[in-house]
Design a protein. Structure first.
Length: 440
């Protein structure tokens, strides 16, 4: 078999992602929380009641595509405007054109990509035209609009949150690319469903990345004598730059590896824990996901036995956020080794799980009057706060006041172990219990 070349004539002029850009809501992938039957944005589009809005979401989820579909559906002129290359002058020129169109009865949808990049003066330039209805502004941003969009402009726009596409949606889109005449429908391609799932996982919710990756692996595939393009694991690995074909971030292997890391640390095995950490990071796992799991582990499996473990885990998360990969790998290794070697206790985990069972069964248990606040006269008359004992006013800094509901008196949830620093907590709790017996 021969290998296809990126420079052969059979390569289409436009990228696959552009050729397969959906032209209707029927072709649009994902965002069913907004575009499913009966959902708010779908109703607005169907009834042609579109007003100015902001699309907030990660790259490659269809913000630009959705705006152009809306424009076509509502028969409005669509102007694609970039916040990166446009200034006040360009804004005024577009606004003048939109104003003229309004007098002729033509609606204008102005789509502003990366609207968060506009400064205050540029954003303010839109305000009078949005208010008059000269334009329907659709802004797209990957940043939280509450922080990046002027409050005056934001108050005149509806904010819709677009989510990263899930793996099944991306797989369906890739399958369509293989059969659609605008994609590779006219060319026989041999690529397994497991490889499509790997590409979808590699894209991390980004449709553009998924399609670009598919195009690259097909154009680098091997052609047999019948003209069929074969995509191999080696091709996939080469195009992705990593050995990711055995690792699906949302599949079974993802959970197998994080389980291996967690249980190795719980078993105080730093060598195994660092190995599983490396397996995840080198396969492309999000380091912040690993860091979040370490933060959980610090309280679930170590807790009061070494409270510094939580500090180390949180610091590792922050360091990973600052550094990113590959630099943060050593920050995570630092935390993994510390957590592996720390004394272990799951007493905090057990305490919450047992308290949760009572809380779920007794959601309506009233808060004892003595520990309620009484900020108003009416609450005082209802005896809120009556009988409250201020522990700081006592010599031992403890009182006999009951803090649990009457039906839960004498319940014990937290039972410290003798591991690490928790031994001191155990002794303190025994001392408190002894005080209550003597002063009860």
């Amino acid at each position: 078999m021969e290998q296809m070349s990126l420079f052969e004539d059979r390569k289409p002029a436009a990228p696959l992602a552009s050729r397969l850009r959906p032209a209707s809501l029927k072709e649009f992938v994902g965002q069913t929380h907004l575009l499913g039957e009966g959902k708010v944005l779908k109703r607005l589009i169907d009834t042609d009641q579109i007003s100015s809005m902001i699309f907030w979401g990660p790259p490659g989820v269809g913000k630009t595509t959705l705006a152009s579909i809306i424009a076509a559906h509502t028969r409005a002129e669509f102007i694609n405007f970039s916040a990166v290359t446009s200034g006040i002058k360009e804004i005024r020129e577009v606004m003048t054109k939109a104003e003229n169109s309004r007098f002729l009865g033509q609606k204008t949808i102005l789509f502003v990509d990366e609207i968060h990049r506009f400064n205050k003066a540029q954003q303010d330039a839109f305000l009078p035209f949005v208010e008059k209805g000269s334009i329907i502004l659709i802004g797209a941003t990957t940043e939280n609009p509450s922080f990046e969009i002027n409050s005056a402009l934001l108050s005149r726009c509806q904010v819709f949150v677009l989510k990263a596409l899930d793996t099944p949606d991306l797989v369906r889109m890739l399958q369509r690319a293989l059969t659609d005449p605008k994609g590779f429908g006219g060319q026989p391609v041999s690529i397994g469903p497991d490889m499509l799932a790997v590409i979808a996982g590699f894209a991390n919710g980004d449709a553009r990345t998924a399609l670009n990756t598919l195009e690259m692996v097909i154009l680098n595939g091997e052609i047999d004598r019948e003209g069929t393009i074969h995509v191999t694991e080696a091709t996939l690995e080469q195009c992705m730059g990593k050995k990711t074909f055995l690792y699906d971030k949302k599949g079974e292997e993802h959970y197998n590896l994080i389980s291996a890391l967690h249980k190795s640390m719980r078993n105080s095995d730093p060598d195994a824990a660092v190995y599983w950490l490396a397996r995840m990071l080198e396969a492309g796992e999000d380091p912040l996901y690993v860091a979040r799991r370490l933060v959980r582990f610090a309280s679930e499996d170590i807790g009061m036995a070494d409270s510094h473990a939580l500090e180390v885990a949180v610091a590792a998360y922050q360091a990973s956020h600052f550094n990113g990969m590959p630099e943060c790998s050593v920050n995570l290794t630092h935390a993994v080794v510390y957590l592996s070697m720390a004394p272990k206790s799951n007493a905090c985990y057990i305490a919450y799980e047992q308290a949760k069972q009572d809380a779920v069964k007794m959601l309506t248990e009233p808060v004892p009057l003595q520990i309620r606040n009484a900020p108003t006269k009416l609450m005082e008359e209802l005896h809120y706060g009556e009988g409250y004992q201020y522990a700081h006013d006592t010599e031992d800094k403890i009182t006999n006041m009951k803090c649990l509901p009457e039906s839960l008196q004498n319940r014990s949830y937290y039972r410290p172990t003798a591991q690490g620093a928790e031994r001191e907590v155990q002794e303190k709790m025994e001392e408190i219990a002894r005080w209550h017996r003597e002063n009860g």
